[in-house]
Design a protein around this ligand. Structure first.
Ligand SMILES: NC(=O)c1ccc[n+]([C@@H]2O[C@H](COP(=O)([O-])OP(=O)(O)OC[C@H]3O[C@@H](n4cnc5c(N)ncnc54)[C@H](OP(=O)(O)O)[C@@H]3O)[C@@H](O)[C@H]2O)c1
Length: 334
């Protein structure tokens, strides 16, 4: 019988997550039935949504949810033969017996067959996976960017933000990014951002945005919320578009932040503000991953990973990711 180590969400988060929110357990796995596969985790992805959507999807005592890159060890599903690699929505478990689909949609997604041997498969959790697709869909489907436009990106040194900036350059746009450290600002410039600033040290966000693009912004790729959103509204060009991707500055709040009422800016600038989920465009994923892969092979899309080793380190690495500590996509290697 195969045993799995699992991290349980012992207690719902109140404010910033703590190690005591989690508990490590060992469980026995069932024998495989028709349609089942046994997968073994290789890498875990740590993403901000695991904090923001936690109460919606989990009850105390459930396995902490999240995505992993895994290898199929045994299979009773011909679509997922032994030895193939998958992105698996199985949560924080070393081993899982699962069907390919669950009540909320696909649990297993095969890595595209054209995956080049010289590109690490862990990127299927980062720039070449869900976060990369989020960047692409936010720009193409929501902002509908055009060459020559100016795009503002917050959380720009994060996984989504770095891909947003580089796609903007591929598509002939000017791009300005905000990040929370001088090392991050330097990295954004290395990636080709036209302007970047440290939102933690500038005297005024509004002035920093004005200085970076005095003519204003056609599009804002919003991932932060709070005061950054208000400052961005005041710097949008008439008819500007805002893709609301996330609000990471608010995920650990115990009481909601009160922002200034933004109606005036939205009305006089005739802004379009649209929220979106990466899953809205699921049918485009396979083709879109191939486009991202092509850009990476051409050297137009670069990425960094911040890898922590050890299944037992998952909670610590999760908290580090939420604080924005370090540079690169947060990954845990088993
Ligand atoms: N809508 C969707 O379908 C979808 C899909 C994926 C991700 N998202 C959202 O996209 C955003 C970015 O995700 P990601 O995968 O790029 O995450 P990531 O790689 O973990 O990066 C997150 C970034 O947020 C910044 N950050 C953390 N706390 C912050 C705060 N209080 N104020 C401002 N910035 C802060 C961090 O660095 P610095 O603060 O040091 O700059 C970090 O670079 C998140 O809001 C996430 O929820 C949405």
């Amino acid at each position: 019988m195969v045993k799995a180590k699992v991290w349980i969400l012992k207690k719902h988060f109140e404010g910033f997550p703590k190690e005591s929110n989690f508990e490590l357990k060992e469980v026995d796995l069932p024998e495989l039935q028709d349609g089942d596969v046994l997968v073994e985790a290789i890498y875990f992805s740590l993403d901000p949504y695991m904090r923001s959507l936690s109460k919606m999807f989990l009850k105390e005592g459930d396995v902490q949810y999240g995505t992993q890159l895994a290898k199929v060890l045994k299979s009773k599903d011909p679509e997922f033969p032994e030895g193939c690699y998958v992105v698996a929505d199985c949560g924080w478990r070393t081993h899982t017996v699962t069907k390919a689909k669950g009540p909320r949609g696909p649990i297993l997604t095969r890595i595209v067959s054209e995956w080049p041997t010289d590109i690490p498969m862990s990127l299927a959790l980062g720039s070449l996976g869900m976060p990369g697709l989020t960047a692409l869909y936010g720009l193409e489907e929501v902002c509908k960017i055009q060459p020559g436009q100016t795009v503002l990106v917050s959380a720009a040194a994060g996984t989504v933000g770095t891909v947003v900036g580089q796609i903007c350059k591929i598509k002939g746009c000017k791009v300005v990014g905000s990040a929370g450290g001088d090392d991050k600002v330097a990295y954004l410039k290395e990636l080709g951002f036209d302007q970047a600033f440290n939102y933690k040290t500038v005297p005024s966000l509004e002035e920093a945005l004005k200085n970076a693009s005095p003519e204003g912004y056609d599009c804002y790729f919003e991932s932060v919320g709070g005061p950054m959103f208000t400052a961005a509204l005041k710097n949008m060009k008439p008819g500007g578009r805002i893709a609301v991707c996330g609000a990471i500055a608010t995920y650990n709040d115990t009481t909601p932040q009160m922002c200034p009422y933004p109606h005036h800016e939205i009305i006089v600038r005739s802004l379009t503000i649209q929220g979106f989920m990466v899953t809205n465009y699921k049918e485009k994923d396979e083709e879109s991953v191939k486009r991202l892969l092509t850009w990476m092979k051409e050297g137009k899309l670069k990425t960094k990973e911040m890898v922590t080793v050890g299944f037992d380190k998952l909670p610590i690495a999760f908290m580090k990711m939420l604080k924005g500590d370090g540079l690169g996509k947060a990954i845990v290697k088993v």
